[in-house]
Design a protein around this ligand. Sequence first.
Ligand SMILES: *Cc1c(COP(=O)(O)O)cnc(C)c1O
Length: 386
Amino acid sequence: MKSQRKAGFGTRAIHAGQSPDPSTGAIMTPVFMTSTYVQSAPNVTKGFDYSRSGNPTRSAMEGNLAALEGGKHGIGFASGMAAIHCVLNLLQSGDHVVAGNDLYGGTYRILATLYAKFGVETTFVDMTNLDELEAALRPNTRLVMLETPTNPLLRCSDLAAIAKICRKQGILTMADNTFATPYLQLPLALGCDIVVHSTTKYLGGHSDVVGGVLVCNDDELYTRLKHFQNSCGGTPGPMDSFLVLRGTKTLHVRMERHCDSAMQIARWLEGHRKVERVHYPWLKSHPTHRIAKKQMRAGGGMVSVELKASVAKAKRFLADLQVFSLAESLGGVESLVDHPASMTHASIPAAARRKAGLGDGLVRLSVGIEDLDDLVADLEQALRRV
Ligand SMILES: *Cc1c(COP(=O)(O)O)cnc(C)c1O
């Protein structure tokens, strides 16, 4: 008897998209290292004909992520940027995009350098300001792209309100849910059309894979996105798909710890005399705290800190940290620290960076799941020398 009851997040994280291997009973989805599939007669297949078009390990990963986002269709890619490229390929020259002004640097770059040359124009706005968004919309606006919380200031924009504005005007909304993950926030349920992830981050969760995925509900939109995936490739291999699939099995447990530790570190830093300002959506002092509370389950694992320090001293702080590693990326079990102005956001021109509020003394922490005491002690010893 099949139950109609919808399984909870943790149960879906572990089981959705997967079933024991029918030939062996293996409980884990095998890594199907195969490029092609034997056909019993021309075009008579068991659902797979060529691994760019489809691979069973990838299908399990796509089904799993679709289930976690509460969506119907998942489409896997070899990186988050390949997934974003697929969405942008829905456009044609003469179309207009409105995007957030503190996007992931790579997303800014693909819009500003690669798509601009094909005649796709982008207006960058503060997505937390709905008036600014509405004023930027034009008759030829086809797509609104946003991240919430943003990187690295962790500003939250109102997904339901933005989706409503766009839907009324027939504009697609794409939400990059990499920072929040589906455990904390569900953009499709709030009315967005497409969710994108860099699975490299929290979904993979162990800093051992680069990948991306799109999730959507609309069948026609899915057909167009799937056509791009199959036509252009950029698909993840079976081992990469397996690693993401294994990562998502513990997503809910990891996120609980990331959020708890990040909250405690954010509070502690806020009271520290060497700290100018802490950006964390769950702090009452955060400018978009109210919106975060409305649409998220918790504040996430990222904390950004402005030190009362010169650039040189901020760099010294980075070098003095021992448990936090200086590295790009985020969302893994290990704690990382990043200097946006010189690392992740260096591709944004300095003037645009300052305009968006990314100071040279800003440091971004990806709070891992090591023991909280060790993380705090590490920050404390490095701050002492600032
Ligand atoms: C990392 C990241 C991307 C790009 O993903 P890759 O897997 O590195 O290609 C896009 N958006 C956000 C928010 C990211 O953090």
